[in-house]
Design a protein around this ligand. Structure first.
Ligand SMILES: [Zn+2]
Length: 393
């Protein structure tokens, strides 16, 4: 059985589309005429336009009787769905494959970088990004150290029994030195996000950094450092994040753009006023994001520009400057305003989820250094059961 058909009733042709190959090129060879192919293509436009067929994607042709022409052309745009072109009935249908979600666990010890640790051990890019998102407000991922450890409980999707991407992170623990950072996902009709063990939202007013997957190339230094271009000592009143040219730069907090300008030193830069106390500034952009002007209201995480090396810069980076009451300060040393606590009425329900998830995290063993363990627990069952067990509404 494949695509809902009993394959041994058919002659089966499996192949991949070649560059510049059209549906007609293929079907003509399977005894269909141009008029029929044209009618099918027209019917398909609103369902799955044949112009969206892409090279290197797999297709299957099913034929009952080769003298009568092929019966079905089946195309797979991705693992999540396939398209059946019924060549006899001249109809088209997109079939979504059922996704089975199981709860999986992973843990790891950082050897060189978080990315290397995750990817070298078969954990996806996507899972790493989701962990960063869950902890973006509390863990400084630009300052992770050898020996840092993490544990994750997350949704692993399966299609036909094969892993097919990750879903939400349910809980995360990141241990850096003596500090444990827990993030527990909690959602209902009023809340949706990550919370700490006391039920405070992880989503603080300010993100730790204005770019993802970068490294700090120069730290804040109020006393001065040797400037490679000016060739003299100069205080560095910002934090430099090196990232490839074109990497999106986002606003670290909600606010209003007060400057969008270019100077010889700063290059293209944006300055944002967040409230009466805090402002942030982002230098050396290759270009500004569309729609960002003086007066624009931006949201936390909104892209405001792209990494470049305009102004006095030796390579692509963003120089991030953090202003408090009109003075530049080191944002990594600031105690930023805490988030609103969860209402008392909500806490008991949250604490049930938290206890279950924390217990689960605490029972995941750590592997030897630099090894990441991944397991899908059999007893966990499907996500629906899991939610019931947790008492989610
Ligand atoms: Zn700088």
């Amino acid at each position: 059985m494949k695509y809902g058909f009993e394959l041994n009733h058919f002659q089966v042709t499996e192949d991949q589309l070649k560059p510049n190959q059209f549906l007609a090129d293929i079907l003509i060879k399977h005894n269909l005429n141009y008029q029929a192919i044209d009618r099918i293509a027209k019917k398909a436009t609103d369902i799955f336009d044949v112009r969206n067929l892409r090279a290197n994607k797999p297709y299957t042709i099913l034929t009952r009787d080769s003298t009568q022409g092929a019966d079905y052309f089946i195309y797979e745009p991705n693992v999540y769905r396939y398209v059946i072109y019924d060549l006899k009935k001249e109809s088209v249908e997109v079939v979504e494959r059922p996704i089975e979600t199981k709860i999986a666990e992973a843990s790891g010890v950082v050897e060189t970088s978080l990315w290397n640790t995750m990817v070298d051990n078969g954990l996806s890019y996507d899972l790493t990004a989701r962990m960063e998102d869950a902890l973006a407000w509390t863990v400084d991922f630009h300052h992770i150290q050898k020996g840092d450890r993490f544990k994750l409980v997350f949704e692993q999707n399966y299609i036909d029994g094969a892993p097919a991407g990750v879903g939400e992170i349910k809980a995360a623990l990141y241990e850096s030195g003596p500090t444990d950072f827990y993030a527990i996902r909690y959602e209902n009709d009023r809340h949706n996000g990550f919370y700490d063990l006391e039920g405070r939202s992880m989503e603080k007013a300010f993100l730790k950094a204005p770019v993802k997957y970068s490294r700090i190339s120069s730290r804040y230094n109020g006393r001065g450092r040797f400037h490679p271009i000016l060739k003299r000592r100069k205080a560095h009143l910002g934090t430099d994040y090196a990232a490839p040219r074109g990497t999106p730069i986002f606003a670290v907090a909600d606010g209003r753009v007060t400057k969008r300008s270019r100077t010889r030193g700063n290059g293209n830069f944006v300055k944002i006023k967040h409230d009466d106390v805090y402002q942030t500034q982002y230098l050396h952009m290759s270009k500004f994001a569309q729609g960002v002007h003086v007066g624009t209201h931006v949201k936390q995480g909104q892209v405001i520009g792209y990494v470049g090396s305009t102004g006095l810069a030796t390579g692509p980076h963003v120089c991030f400057r953090f202003w408090k009451n009109g003075k530049q300060v080191n944002h990594l040393k600031e105690n930023l305003p805490p988030p609103e606590p969860m209402p008392e009425s909500e806490r008991p329900q949250y604490l049930l989820v938290k206890d279950e998830m924390k217990n689960r995290l605490d029972h995941i063993p750590y592997p030897d250094a630099s090894k990441v363990e991944l397991s899908v627990s059999e007893e966990a069952g499907e996500i629906g059961e899991e939610k019931e067990k947790l008492g989610n509404p």
